[in-house]
Write a protein that binds this ligand. Structure first.
Ligand code: ZN
Length: 292
């Protein structure tokens, strides 16, 4: 297992408010390294990875989810997979895109992502998939997931995620929190969350001064930490998976690759390179004929 990132789970207001918090600097650094991202792409993908890691911690054991952000913006499609055990991986179509900073000096993640759709598919067992989709609200990721939790899961939530990219393009800070009002939350709980949120700094500002837990301890007076899970960078790619993937191509295409003596492929999530030999490609053809 790669280096792990803790995901802290806390209760506030006698359990009527649930809190997830994490410092994702190391995992976001690893995932953005795979894609050689610009600062803008690091921020967009890093924010989504941070939400994905916390959503993975919300899943029942043995489940996984896929977040797809298809904003039609210059960054293209973003995909983040997360498992209940903490595995997280990410993909972005155009990691090389840069845009001018906003007038406040911040990265223009909203414009980079665009205003298309956010969808989440949960696989709770091998045969049960639940997919839900909402419109992106700002493309800034945090707001979009707040809207997602309210509309798709009927859970009023505050999602704050941030990534601070250093001048050398490394990830200086990354993390965030999700604050959720449970079904038994009272009017006063809503008011308390709203008031607290008004005084909360950006996650990256907080992380520059203290740990994520210390920060939330001071912002949510009386929070009780009840559980801790982990997130880590993972990938599911393998030669076997690529052999199966190739089997979805046309016979002509596969035969062409056999004539060329094999093919080189790289994983779009982790960047790992694979060489498929003539034998591997013949296996693809065999799988293809079995399936027909
Ligand atoms: Zn991979």
């Amino acid at each position: 297992m790669n280096q792990t990132t803790p995901i802290y789970i806390g209760l506030w207001r006698e359990g009527r408010v649930r809190v997830y918090a994490t410092d994702t600097r190391s995992i976001v650094q690893t995932i953005t390294n795979h894609h050689h991202t610009t600062a803008l792409a690091s921020a967009a993908l890093g924010r989504t990875v941070t939400v994905g890691a916390m959503m993975g911690a919300m899943l029942k054991e043995g489940s996984k989810l896929t977040i797809k952000i298809d904003g039609n913006g210059p960054l293209g499609l973003m995909i983040v997979d997360a498992t209940s055990e903490g595995g997280v991986r990410g993909f972005i179509t155009h990691p090389d895109v840069n845009l001018p900073l906003k007038s406040n000096g911040k990265l223009d993640v909203g414009r980079g992502v665009g205003r298309g759709t956010l969808s989440v598919t949960k696989s709770l067992s091998l045969k049960q998939n639940y997919a839900t989709q909402v419109q992106l609200q700002s493309g800034e990721i945090g707001d979009d997931f707040s809207f997602f939790f309210l509309k798709s899961e009927q859970t009023p939530s505050v999602v704050a995620v941030g990534v601070l990219v250093g001048v050398d393009h490394s990830i200086a800070q990354s993390g965030g929190w999700i604050i959720q009002l449970m079904p038994d939350a009272t009017e006063e709980d809503f008011q308390m969350v709203e008031n607290s949120v008004k005084t909360m700094p950006q996650p990256t500002t907080l992380l520059e001064h203290m740990s994520i837990k210390e920060g939330l301890n001071s912002l949510l007076d009386g929070i009780q930490w009840i559980d801790q899970k982990v997130a880590y960078e993972y990938c599911t790619c393998s030669t076997e998976r690529f052999i199966n993937g190739i089997a979805t191509l046309n016979n002509d295409e596969i035969e062409e690759m056999i004539r060329e003596g094999g093919c080189d492929i790289h994983c779009e999530f982790c960047g790992k390179k694979y060489h498929l030999t003539e034998d591997h490609l013949k296996q693809s053809l065999a799988i293809k004929s079995e399936n027909n």
